[in-house]
Design a protein around this ligand. Structure first.
Ligand SMILES: [Fe+2]
Ligand SMILES: [Fe+2]
Length: 183
């Protein structure tokens, strides 16, 4: 594998792994604050980040060895409104900077596996940013838990949707039985 795409996969793996952990921590905070829907949203999206981390890990299956990972990570534990802003910041970085450049580099280098993995993550993070933004707006304006329908995660690509599960995932084409629900 080309060195730059390999480094991008290592770093994206690190970034997704840390996002998973921080959403679990922020989900616990929301639960303690009496915000079960915000807690559930963090839990669902934490699970989606695991799908991306695994996908990146598998794209590097030929690469045994030890690597240094450097990733943007949002730190801090505040009230849920602040934590949601941290989540929005992290997702926005991934959507606007990290995955578009990683994806273009993988295309340029003809790295098909990495390309697919970055494409899945980029498409999913857009749904995450939107869900976090909606939850934060509701929480900030009402000071009560955000309204939230069932949240469904595509087990193949991590695409995330609130409400009904589509017949096929719009990103990867997986059938509806491939979704995990957080209701
Ligand atoms: Fe995400
Ligand atoms: Fe999918």
């Amino acid at each position: 594998m080309h060195a730059i795409t390999a480094a991008n996969l290592h770093n994206a793996y690190g970034g997704e792994s840390m996002a998973h952990m921080r959403y679990k921590t922020w989900g616990d905070v929301a639960k303690q604050e009496g915000l079960p829907n915000v807690a559930r949203l963090f839990r669902a999206i934490a699970a989606a980040e695991v799908i991306h981390a695994n996908s990146h890990f598998k794209a590097m299956k030929e690469q045994a060895g030890d690597w240094l990972c450097t990733s943007m990570a949002v730190f801090g534990i505040g009230a849920s409104s602040q934590n949601l802003q941290g989540a929005i910041n992290g997702e926005t970085y991934e959507i606007t900077e990290m995955y578009p450049t990683f994806l273009e580099t993988a295309k340029l280098q003809g790295e098909k596996g990495a390309q697919l993995s970055f494409h899945y993550a980029l498409a999913s993070e857009k749904t995450h940013a939107a869900l976090f933004q909606k939850a934060k707006a509701a929480l900030d304006s009402t000071k009560h838990d955000a309204p939230l329908g069932a949240v469904h995660i595509c087990d193949v690509c991590g695409w995330t949707v609130e409400g009904d599960i589509p017949d096929v995932c719009p990103v990867c084409g997986a059938k509806r039985d491939k979704f995990t629900s957080f209701a």
